[in-house]
Design a protein around this ligand. Structure first.
Ligand code: ZN
Length: 161
């Protein structure tokens, strides 16, 4: 599996997205959580662990972005179809928020980075908030991206202006 494995801050992500040419249609964004605690996140070594785990499942690609407290990791190139949400993989960008959001909505740097990524992707692909989907829509056995993450809350928290 080929991954980009690059950590960007918010400004770098905006620049990356602005200069990126997309050869693939994107009509939705699919949110996930890693479901492990933020404390167990170990930066690039966690990224490489995920790569190994996905490879062991025989996946050719994974989610596109990981939102960590320290920034935004480019994982699978957004021009390649990801593997992260069953029927939702086609024409989507898959985003993993580090942490477990079954009880609390993401906060601090995780939410700030997620908010920036969501608003810039919506703009880039001319999408609306309704085009942000949750993994659990494609896999009823999962609560992903966490029970505390609801459409209502996303609408409240995204400052679109
Ligand atoms: Zn998920």
């Amino acid at each position: 599996m080929k991954i980009i494995n690059q950590l960007l801050n918010k400004k770098d992500f905006i620049d990356y997205l602005e200069s990126k040419h997309f050869s693939r249609g994107v009509d939705k964004i699919i949110l996930h959580h890693t479901s492990d605690s933020i404390e167990s996140w170990n930066g690039e070594s966690s990224i490489l662990d995920y790569k190994k785990t996905y490879e062991s499942k025989g996946w050719k690609s994974g989610p596109h972005l990981f939102i960590a407290p320290e920034g935004i990791y480019l994982f699978t190139d957004m021009n390649i179809q990801g593997v992260h949400a069953n029927d939702g993989n086609k024409n989507s960008i898959g985003i993993e928020m580090v942490g477990n959001y079954d009880i609390f909505f993401p906060s601090g740097c995780i939410w700030e980075n997620t908010e920036l990524v969501l608003t810039s992707l919506l703009k880039k692909f001319n999408l609306e908030i309704k085009d942000i989907h949750f993994h659990r829509r494609y896999n009823a056995k999962k609560s992903c991206p966490g029970k505390a993450v609801t459409k209502k809350k996303i609408r409240e928290m995204l400052k679109l202006c």
